[in-house]
Design a protein around this ligand. Structure first.
Ligand code: MOS
Length: 691
């Protein structure tokens, strides 16, 4: 395909443009944007899992010095639109999950607001509730589709085929919470009928459209600003209650900015989470290891008030060449907070069961797990029949194996107190581009300014969009300035689904082309051009994914069961790499999060009370530096001509996919214990360790 950019700035490991502002503490985050005389809010949360509040007394709270108001369902302004029940806060007294916001204190300091919130007295009426995911929940139902828009169930071929070698196992992944460094924060100001929000968000434009709808405002009366974020992983991909609460509070004090920052503990009920999953995986293969059937049936949860159906079985549909395939998703509707996006929804949990099952199949067949995958490499997408725009999984497995030293792998090796083993798993993530972004390019005083309302989660958009613009304009990258993160800039789609670079970059390239057509190579001050992401004609012609192979070496203490991941190496085929510095960081970050999922992360929900008991970073364990030893990510030289002018694929999420399976497979090789329920903790290993 013509239309691929000649990479000059693209491919260079330029350091982050936002780096100096961040490390010197001058990058204004949502909560820190300098304003005059702000007020502070603190939410009051329900302490029952289901029922309603009958009475809310703020007598004591309002008596505190500096408290300006207590807003409750009895006093709050009615929202114009309450279709999204997660966002319809303080609109009625019903409590659909423990932690639901039932009041909001507004005070002169954050400490006062928080203190006052604790003094609010609530009288409840309680209803029976269910907060535990169980595989045979009688209320399981079949959702109409799974996130974002996939069929719930699929079935093809003859599933009763009897195969020579079979695996039939159930795997589970835990409930997980996104814990970006920066919590969910919003600052709101109503002035002259215009609402300005400084919000920590992956999409200023979707916050604007949601808030405008919720409050019944025209979109041009809402402005959302977010130049910098301290992470999000999907939890800031759509607005949560904090945004509506801040806006509601600000409306009561026109002209005064209002600040709201969720506490770490509040994030465990108000900012989404990854649903736990129960995955039954059935594989059938002939003696040569060719898959004859592949079935995956998933049970997972959603909330009573809003459906989110994680597409856990989606990757199983396209991964391997099994003639007979079926997948299904069933949901339990529970009295729990609303699940949502977390890095690689679908692929992340959905590649745990199947990739562990492939390891079990390889063992049953007595073949190398890499060979097994190679033997089942499909020529076309098994689900759609379309050719892949590019698929280099086999090359990732082989190259990665060489770099990792897979051939010298020996099972159950002992090194002093350690049992040592290694494992492999495949990674996959869709390579998408969303329609609906546009960019402006402006020239002045010898410099080009690129404007687009994109978001940089910490991923590198500040740095790589100028690289793309520079190549599209054929100018040096240091003559390109960039402005992002503001609804006053051209519309941009969400930094989600690993689509940011592809979507915004395509708009930037289109704008550059229009600019050059209009003004040639010698533009004058004030010349500007705007264009949107073009439609991608290849969408219906190719199946488009990035692939990878992850290799883990683990050491398990033979006496205590402690697991150390001594080596974790990933080799990826993810299109052309726009910036190797920021790209490597994304892949390593994803892999670290996968390691964390394998060994540590687990939101422990107490079914007696309906809340996550380990709702802070002291007890919700996330991998730290000490957990990460030899961690490496590299990539093949791949350029996909069918996706976008950069030849790139999204890389924000694929790093987390497959990691947990690689580690579980390594733990099995080291110890002989097959842990099918994440996380892999001591209690699951100890009974099976060799004596
Ligand atoms: Mo990502 S979970 O698509 O922000």
């Amino acid at each position: 395909m013509t239309g691929l950019l000649e990479p000059r700035a693209i491919g260079r490991g330029l350091t982050r443009r936002d780096g100096p502002a961040k490390v010197t503490g001058t990058a204004p985050y949502a909560y820190e944007h300098p304003v005059e005389a702000p007020l502070y809010c603190h939410p009051v949360q329900a302490s029952i899992a289901r029922g309603r509040c009958l009475r809310i007394s703020g007598v004591e709270a309002e008596a505190l010095d500096g408290v300006r108001a207590l807003i409750t369902p009895f006093t709050a302004e009615r929202l114009a639109d309450t279709d999204d029940a997660e966002l319809a806060v303080l609109q009625d007294c019903e409590i659909p999950f423990r932690g639901r916001v039932i009041g909001l204190v507004l005070a002169e300091s954050s400490e006062t607001a928080r203190h006052a919130a604790e003094l609010v007295d609530v009288e409840y009426e309680t209803d029976p509730f269910a907060a535990e995911l169980i595989v045979d929940d009688p209320g399981l139902y079949q959702p109409e589709k799974v996130n974002p828009n996939f069929p719930t169930d699929t079935s093809e071929g003859d599933l009763d085929t009897a195969s020579a070698v079979t695996v039939d196992q159930t795997y589970t992944t835990a409930m997980y919470h996104n814990n970006p460094l920066e919590p969910h924060t919003t600052m709101a100001l109503w002035d002259d009928g215009v609402l300005t929000l400084w919000d920590s968000t992956q999409s200023v434009h979707s916050v604007r459209s949601t808030v405008a709808k919720t409050f019944g405002l025209p979109a041009d009366r809402v402005r959302v600003i977010c130049p910098y974020l301290g992470g999000g992983f999907g939890s800031k991909g759509m607005p949560h209650a904090n945004v509506v609460l801040a806006a509601l509070a600000a409306r009561t004090v026109p002209g005064r900015p209002v600040k709201l920052a969720l506490t770490r503990q509040q994030m465990f009920s108000l900012a989404g989470y990854r649903t736990p999953t129960i995955q039954r995986v059935r594989l059938g293969a002939d003696r040569d290891g060719r898959l004859e059937s592949l079935r995956m049936d998933v049970v997972e949860q959603t909330s009573r008030i809003k459906e989110f159906a994680e597409q856990t079985a989606a990757p199983a549909r396209m991964m391997y060449a099994a003639r007979n395939r079926s997948t299904s998703h069933r949901l339990a509707r529970l009295d729990v907070p609303v699940p949502s996006w977390m890095r690689a929804p679908g692929e992340c949990p959905g590649m745990f069961g199947p990739e562990a099952a492939m390891d079990e199949l390889a063992e049953a067949l007595g073949v190398d797990p890499i060979d097994l995958r190679v033997r089942n490499e499909p020529e076309r997408d098994p689900e759609t029949g379309l050719p892949f725009s590019s698929r280099h999984l086999v090359e990732c497995l082989r190259t990665g194996a060489e770099r990792f030293g897979w051939s010298s792998r020996r099972g159950g090796r002992r090194d002093g107190p350690w049992l040592v083993g290694s494992g492999v798993a495949a990674s996959v993530y869709p390579a998408k581009r969303m329609p609906g972004s546009s960019a402006t390019i402006r020239f002045g005083k010898g410099r080009y300014a690129v404007e687009i309302g994109a978001a940089d989660l910490g991923t590198g958009a500040w740095t790589i969009l100028p690289q793309i613009a520079a190549d599209a304009l054929d100018v040096p990258v240091d003559s390109v300035d960039i402005r992002i993160g503001d609804t006053d800039l051209p519309q941009a789609t969400v930094a989600g689904g690993s689509t940011g670079t592809a979507s915004w970059g395509s708009a930037v390239v289109a704008a550059a082309e229009v600019f050059r057509d209009k003004y040639g190579t010698d533009p004058g001050d004030g010349d500007e051009a705007q264009a949107g992401t073009p439609k991608k004609p290849a969408d219906k012609q190719y199946s488009m994914y990035g692939f990878g192979a992850q290799f883990a070496e683990v050491r398990v203490d033979a006496d205590t069961g402690e697991v150390r991941v001594s080596r974790l190496h990933g080799t990826f085929a993810v299109g052309r790499i726009v910036n190797p510095v920021t790209a490597r960081s994304q892949l390593l970050g994803g892999m670290t999060m996968g390691l964390s999922m394998a060994l540590h992360e687990n939101s422990v929900l107490d079914p007696r009370f309906g809340h996550v008991v380990n709702h802070d970073l002291a007890e919700y364990h996330i991998a730290t530096n000490a957990d990460v030893e030899d961690l490496r990510a590299d990539w093949l030289d791949e350029t996909d001509p069918h996706l976008n002018p950069m030849g790139s694929k999204g890389i924000g999420e694929i790093g987390i996919v497959g990691t947990a399976a690689a580690i579980a497979n390594a733990v099995h090789q080291a110890t002989g214990v097959r842990v099918r329920d994440l996380p892999i903790t001591l209690d699951k290993l100890l009974p099976g360790l060799p004596r």
